[in-house]
Design a protein around this ligand. Sequence first.
Ligand code: NAI
Ligand code: 15L
Length: 263
Amino acid sequence: MTSKRILITGAAGRLGTILRQSLAGRFELLRLSDIVPMTATAEGEQIAPCDLADAAAVRDLCEGMDAVIHLGGIPYETGWSEMLRTNIAGTVNLYEGARHAGVDRVIFASSNHATGMYPNDRTLTGGSPPRPDSRYGLTKAFGEDVAALYAYKHGIRSLCLRIGSCLPKPDNRRALSTWLSHKDFVRLVEVGLTADYVHEIVYGVSRNTRSWWDNSAAYRLGYEPLDNAEVYAAEVESIELKAELARLYQGGNFVPEEFTSRR
Ligand code: NAI
Ligand code: 15L
């Protein structure tokens, strides 16, 4: 099935904004939803404000959609009440709304934090069981299971993206492993909108030399990342060195400027 009518939740956020720009004008309808105000700027865009915690509103939101890209939620660690309300109930509401509306597929923004308690000498695949590092990571592991329920029981194709660090460029040593370029993020979502799958979990990561994740499941679906964090390795090492010097000396951030001493 070709998706023509697409809903993006969390459309006003960092990833939503990237996606919105890349998908503008390419579909019959791009329904953009968030709790923060937005304005339609391109043909085919429709703004649909909605709190994901409101089940009835989310049901209406999903009406008439072929595909949902579910980015909305809290993207960092915080207390249980907000996690339960937004990431847990919000994701349940989204899948329930998708089921009522007969949505064909949902792309769910999971996170590397669903598996964040594995040591970094372990190579993981999308099949590696969750080992969450936080309440936040646990909500993403839960979301992956919600996706499985609605995929196998209700026929909603579900692609879960364990996204690494989606940034303009890697800005620390860890990101040399976890970086997902903006363009590769869009490529991966495009795969999610077109490929044939039932329930898949893949990593949202570029083709990084130092990646901790074997993403062959994503490659099988047709994902072809073109970026590699290694290009930024020297720049990142210089940032790390400056941070280390600032930590070592009382002068802090003044010290790394023009620093040459080896004594
Ligand atoms: P963001 O915080 O910029 O965007 C999330 C959006 O969700 C915001 O615009 C916010 O207003 C909206 N939102 C929050 N609560 C809501 C509610 N109750 N109802 C409706 N909308 C609500 O986060 P970002 O970075 O764009 O992340 C998008 C998704 O991708 C998140 O689910 C995040 O967990 C996931 N992710 C992002 C990564 C990254 O590198 N940016 C890495 C791993 C996962
Ligand atoms: C995430 O899940 C967060 O949403 C994002 O802000 C980054 O912290 C990212 O993971 C990461 O691990 O770098």
